[in-house]
Design a protein around this ligand. Structure first.
Ligand SMILES: Cc1cc2nc3c(=O)[nH]c(=O)nc-3n(C[C@H](O)[C@H](O)[C@H](O)COP(=O)(O)O)c2cc1C
Length: 187
């Protein structure tokens, strides 16, 4: 039996009770036992400042970069702020994106999901996240987008609870696992 895939869950929201964080958790449960999740603490990161991009990195930066390097893939779940990527998430991706050739993000499979109480489900942020990842030479998983509209109606006692979304996400996770397995074979 192959070892479970190691995935790093990143929530684009620092809010206690964030829908994004609840969806990360739901995806971790949906991915078991094929994958085990670690979780990033992007709220601990300083604002990106290129002057701080020197070794030794600030501890929270070093930890995030190590977590990404150790993972087979990332699962990013985010809301949308003012039609775009939340600043805290962009900050985290910027910290992980250097050096441009040889960053922890380079070649990493990334599954993206967005949500919103609105029907648009954060899809505009999703495309900005994807573009940032492409810039960092990561590999956004190519599946039908996981876009969760009316997310507040899909929560039960603080947990994301929507069978149709979970089934849809499971298919996307399977695509991601196949991509990671393919990469393992060529390495
Ligand atoms: C500063 C700010 C900007 C927002 N802009 C958008 C937006 O452009 N599109 C949208 O669908 N929702 C927008 N919202 C609503 C968020 O989708 C909603 O607050 C969501 O619950 C945040 O995600 P979270 O539950 O993961 O924290 C905005 C919320 C805030 C606080």
């Amino acid at each position: 039996m192959t070892a479970p895939y190691r995935l790093l869950g990143i929530s684009g929201s620092l809010r206690a009770g964030a829908f994004s964080t609840a969806i990360v958790q739901a995806l971790a449960e949906a991915a078991a036992p094929d994958a085990v999740f670690d979780y990033a603490d992007i709220g601990a990161l300083p604002h990106f400042n290129q002057d701080l991009y020197v070794e030794p990195f600030p501890p929270a930066v070093a930890r995030l970069r190590d977590q990404i390097a150790a993972a087979d893939g990332l699962v990013i779940v985010s809301s949308e702020y003012n039609h775009g990527i939340p600043g805290v998430l962009k900050n985290a991706l910027d910290w992980a994106s250097r050096p441009h050739n040889g960053s922890p993000l380079q070649g990493k499979s990334v599954l993206i999901a967005t949500s919103s109480p609105a029907s648009t489900g954060g899809v505009r942020a999703q495309y900005q996240i994807r573009e940032t990842l492409v810039s960092a030479l990561a590999r956004p998983v190519s599946t039908p987008e996981i876009v969760v509209g009316h997310v507040h109606t899909k929560m039960v006692d603080g947990r994301f609870d929507d069978a149709a979304t979970i089934a849809f996400a499971r298919a996307a996770l399977a695509t991601m696992f196949a991509e990671i397995a393919q990469q393992r074979m060529v390495q």
